[in-house]
Design a protein around this ligand. Structure first.
Ligand code: SF4
Length: 237
């Protein structure tokens, strides 16, 4: 789908979010700054001019079987949320599912991994169990037509299926995430992308992962992250 970039709109979000995130990372630390930023992220998407064209609704879960990328700060924010909100039984179920998914994914090559439908461990009874702490990838995944999402689910090997999206929502979400990542990167934190299940498994099993992250080191010793290219790099202030 082709669309025109709204350059002033993107520049405004990049400048505002970068400045606010820099202050909050300094004052609150990386994980709490992320939690604060997530509320602005949702607000920006809700205020996008074409938000009413989205087909996304509670109970629609096709995208919760697709690969989810996360940054380390999101992994620790999710684990904090689970520790606070889930019962011991729910935690045990989710962590067992995380380990099973991670084990299955580690046996696959890169291309097989992204074309494998795998239920997200947080999807339960048709709802996201960590909605307030869900990753930025989930916050930014939107479609204006459910059929495209279902097609991707039915035919995961076909990478050419591209569900219709809302350009305003897309630009607001991507600009927000890129601004926060720039602020994190400039503060020295790891901003590589990791697969959700593998990163959660590593955070739960590798002693000192969070301390390494807070010390501005690579948090996971047995997991390679991927550098994410910024889409609006040339529009940054
Ligand atoms: S974290 Fe929530 S929204 Fe994201 S894939 Fe999992 S269940 Fe779906």
């Amino acid at each position: 789908m082709e669309f025109n970039l709204d350059v002033p709109f993107i520049r405004d979000i990049l400048a505002q979010e970068c400045a606010r995130a820099r202050d909050e990372i300094r004052d609150l630390g990386a994980v709490r700054a992320l939690q604060s930023s997530q509320q602005r992220h949702d607000g920006r998407i809700a205020a996008a001019p074409d938000v009413d064209t989205l087909a996304c609704a509670a109970g629609c879960t096709w995208c919760c079987y697709f690969t989810v990328d996360v940054r380390a700060a999101e992994v620790f924010a999710i684990l904090d949320f689970v520790e606070r909100r889930f019962t011991p039984e729910e935690r045990a179920r989710v962590y067992a599912e995380v380990r099973a998914n991670s084990g299955a994914l580690k046996k696959l090559g890169d291309s097989e991994r992204v074309t494998r439908n795998l239920k997200c461990p947080f999807l339960s009874e048709g709802r996201c169990g960590i909605y307030a702490a869900r990753p930025q990838s989930c916050r930014n995944y939107h479609a204006t037509d459910v059929a495209g999402c279902q097609q991707s689910y039915d035919d995961p090997d076909d990478m050419d299926i591209d569900p219709e999206f809302a350009p305003g929502v897309y630009q607001a979400g991507v600009a927000h995430v890129e601004a926060f990542s720039t602020a994190m990167h400039d503060a020295g934190y790891d901003v590589d992308a990791y697969e959700l299940n593998c990163a959660l498994d590593a955070a739960l099993s590798e002693p000192g992962a969070r301390e390494r992250f807070e010390s501005r080191l690579k948090p996971f010793t047995e997991l390679d992250g991927e550098e994410v290219a910024a889409e609006f790099d040339d529009l940054e202030p």
